[in-house]
Design a protein around this ligand. Structure first.
Ligand code: AMP
Ligand code: MG
Length: 336
């Protein structure tokens, strides 16, 4: 099966396309759709068979739980065991937006979605296409990034076609996604709260509301950025096919590029000339593009670990395989 791709306006999506996508979701099919972060691969979150199709299409391992997307707080509340005041506070402040909240789940959320965990990850996306789809489908939609597991996340419909082009019922193409980096995942079941994955909502913005927020230890280990040059022993995520090497400054990158070129290596360099928001927006597309150009080694200067730069560093370190990744049972893992 070749997936159908339908172009929609990113601001005011065409009604017929949204209705068609919503009908597919209600019937247990798969729809790829844009969010403000990256493209998601959506399925009816309360239908275990539909959710299993996501794992099969992405070749995602069963231990990696999915984010459930909701239309509003009214749709979110029945998915939680208890509605915490902190949840209301954060959702009130950051939804719709790039903040995913992890909270104890209600029994109706299937184990397939949460990979058997007692918690569920919830987000209300801001993108008009995602919002229209959730409203039309009128059901919670489980949606991880619409890439093949381990590959850079899709920020354009073309990336979804590249990775999953024969495994999705419908792809809604609204052009490039505005942020380009995934949502921040914040665990509200731990006290104090922990950022499991840095993303589109900055740690600084969360701290304005919550006071100091810690980073999951796997994330802070990575951000300590030990051994920037050597790929680690771990599985790579967000990763292009080429080897990725990271630098704290442009001068050390330039001398490494010279060295590699003298050794007749095909070198690709990530364009970091804009601000960190621009880098976030283009990073995954750049990694895919450099792969297409058959770079053997991709070099990139890391942004400072502030604002969205924290998330960009995290993804780059994982792409380089520096990340200290190991799945744990308690929700500390924040891969892919
Ligand atoms: P993706 O949607 O592919 O970007 O990945 C979803 C992210 O949310 C992954 O990092 C998951 O580990 C994380 N996640 C989803 N559900 C949970 C949960 N119940 N507890 C902890 N992390 C979660
Ligand atoms: Mg993903």
């Amino acid at each position: 099966m070749k997936s159908s791709v339908v172009r929609v306006d990113p601001q005011t999506p065409q009604r017929d396309a949204i209705e068609r996508a919503a009908a597919i979701l209600r019937a247990g099919g798969l729809v790829a759709f844009p969010t403000e972060t990256v493209y998601g691969l959506g399925a009816h979150a309360l239908d275990p068979n539909a959710v299993r199709k996501i794992f099969a299409a992405k070749q995602r391992p069963g231990w990696d739980p999915l984010i459930v997307h909701v239309r509003d707080l009214v749709m979110a509340r029945p998915l939680m065991k208890r509605v915490l005041p902190q949840f209301e506070l954060l959702a009130g402040r950051f939804w719709p937006g790039a903040l995913t909240l992890v909270i104890n789940k209600a029994p109706q959320v299937p184990a397939e979605v949460t990979a058997g965990r007692p918690t569920v990850a919830l987000r209300m996306p801001r993108h008009p296409v995602a919002a229209a789809l959730l409203a039309a489908a009128d059901l919670p939609v489980a949606a991880p990034s619409a890439n093949q597991f381990g590959r850079p996340s899709p920020t354009r419909a073309e990336h979804v076609v590249e990775d999953l082009g024969d495994r999705v019922d419908l792809i809604l193409d609204a052009g490039p996604t505005p942020m380009g980096v995934e949502s921040t995942v914040l665990d509200l079941t731990q006290s104090p709260q922990v950022i499991l994955r840095p993303g589109g909502v900055s740690r600084e913005d969360l701290e304005k509301i919550l006071g100091e927020v810690s980073l999951a230890s796997s994330v802070s280990d990575e951000l300590a950025a030990k051994g920037l040059h050597g790929p680690g022993m771990t599985t790579k995520h967000y990763a292009p096919r080429a080897t990725v090497e990271l630098f704290e400054d442009a001068r050390s990158q330039a001398s490494r590029a010279d060295e590699l070129r003298r050794a007749a290596k095909r070198v690709g360099i990530v364009d970091t000339s804009g601000n960190p928001e621009q880098l976030a927006r283009t990073l995954f597309a750049q990694l895919r593009e450099l792969d297409a150009q058959e770079a053997e080694v991709i070099l990139c200067v890391l942004p400072p670990p502030e604002g969205v730069g924290l998330a960009v560093r995290d993804r780059l370190l994982r792409a380089a395989g520096v990340a200290a990744e190991k799945p744990t049972r308690d929700g500390q893992d924040s891969r892919e």
